[in-house]
Design a protein around this ligand. Structure first.
Ligand code: T4K
Length: 404
């Protein structure tokens, strides 16, 4: 990096550090030749979807890896959530965090179930078990926890509450594939857990997802529901939809699984590089992964304390974007502040002080196999440089730059 003064920052007229964008969420790709062989085989078999050979093989491997009795592959994580919610007979109101991707809330509201937003624990960014009891009403039928950024919810406390109040317990594990909690792999906590295998996830099937559960009856119901309720040719015995994963996605998944440990190792080493490079920076805290557990290290999450850092999260995001580092403000502004929730449930904001604070401070940086260690070094240099001259940069930005 050749920036010596504030004016060298791209946001103030300098040349961007990166000629092409450095994205968050660049997909991991396994062995290309193996994938192409599998795709050729799918073309030869002329069996493209509807519980084909590759989907069955992927489900078997995923069950092995997670330890769950059943893993049911789906077209994406959102439809997997919708089906799991319906199969669990959730109705009325369901308690969930607002600090999540909007799909978690949509999967409920889409089915006329009211998402009741609950605040999160500032140490884990996951549902705060101490704030749940006050939200339970006679209409509450379930709790939907989110293992945000792969940090597993307090499943013990949530299970206790669910049992005490006769509620179903579902987990949105979109970020938590191949992570563990107290030594046990995510996939068999609660009544069911839902994965996303979207392109941006640590492990992807282009688009895809799955429901994992130990409940045989629930699994059978979900299998029916994801295939229009068909129990055999011409025999529909349940309402259903089309939630099926195609063969090409399963081929991508099987190929990715063969490189899973390489993906983890790259992410882990990227994470430690960020840690070393940003260590000790005033006002900047890097979200940490519990070393005693298995983690996928997929999210590099910064918490920016504006007072101590001298720049706000949004200032830093604007500076990075100008340098072509497309950092993301996940999950700003929180589901409760998005439509239709902002209009339908305006009272929610008042009970989410931790969420409201966090959504203004978090910034997600690029990682994964598509980012090189040298690029990470450069991103960190920009962050350090910007923060070192925060006050001066802020004043110049206010004068010279109109940014959102
Ligand atoms: N629950 C949670 C907690 C979730 O995070 C998600 C999904 C779901 C449920 C639902 O699961 P799915 O139905 O999606 O399986 C992205 C993803 O689309 C979404 O899957 C993900 N969460 C969310 C956190 O991120 P956006 O709106 O940020 O997508 P977009 O288009 O801005 O792309 C994100 C970044 O990835 C960009 O920097 C570009 C990069 N990218 C993206 C794609 C698709 C690539 O480099 N290559 C690609 O192919 O939602």
């Amino acid at each position: 990096m050749t920036k010596v003064g504030p004016k060298d920052l791209a946001i103030l007229g300098g040349t961007p550090a990166f000629a092409s964008p450095l994205h968050v969420g660049r997909p991991n790709v396994g062995d290309r030749a193996v994938l192409l062989d599998r795709i050729n085989d799918i073309l030869d078999r002329r069996w493209f979807t509807n519980n084909g050979f590759y989907v069955q093989e992927l489900e078997r491997r995923l069950a092995e890896l997670t330890g769950a009795r059943h893993v049911i592959a789906m077209a994406n994580g959102t439809v997997a959530l919708e089906i799991a919610i319906r199969a669990l007979d959730l109705t009325g109101e369901v308690i969930l965090p607002s600090m999540t991707f909007v799909a978690t809330a949509h999967a409920l509201q889409w089915q006329q179930i009211q998402p009741v937003f609950c605040d999160v624990d500032p140490r884990t960014f996951t549902l705060d078990p101490n704030r749940i009891a006050e939200l339970i009403t006679p209409r509450t039928t379930g709790i939907l926890g989110v293992h945000l950024w792969g940090r597993v919810c307090d499943v013990e406390a949530l299970s206790e509450i669910a049992v005490a109040h006769g509620l179903k317990l579902l987990f949105d594990a979109a970020h938590a594939f191949h992570t563990s909690h107290q030594g046990r792999m995510v996939g068999s906590f609660g009544d069911a857990e839902v994965f996303s295998f979207h392109a941006t996830k640590f492990f992807n099937t282009f688009e895809g997802g799955a429901v994992a559960t130990n409940d045989d009856e629930l699994a059978a119901k979900i299998r029916l529901m994801k295939n229009f309720g068909f129990a055999g040719y011409d025999n529909v015995i349940h309402i259903g939809t089309n939630g099926k994963m195609p063969e090409i996605s399963a081929a991508m998944g099987l190929t990715g699984l063969e490189s899973l440990e390489d993906f983890v190792e790259t992410n882990r080493s990227n994470y430690h590089r960020y840690r070393r490079e940003l260590d000790g920076l005033a006002g900047v805290r890097l979200w940490s992964y519990p070393e005693a557990e298995r983690s996928n290290y997929q999210y590099i999450v910064l918490d920016i304390d504006e007072t101590a850092a001298g720049l706000s999260r949004d200032d830093l995001a604007a500076i990075l974007w100008a340098e072509n580092v497309l950092a993301r403000r996940y999950f700003y502004p929180g589901c409760h502040a998005m439509e239709p929730y902002r209009t339908l449930y305006p009272e929610a904001a008042g009970r989410l002080p931790v969420t409201e604070c966090l959504v203004g401070r978090t910034l997600v940086l690029p990682t994964g196999t598509a980012v090189t260690p040298a690029e990470i070094g450069e991103v960190c240099e920009i962050v350090r440089f910007a923060l070192a001259q925060g006050g001066e940069i802020k004043a110049l930005m206010a004068r010279e730059v109109a940014y959102a």
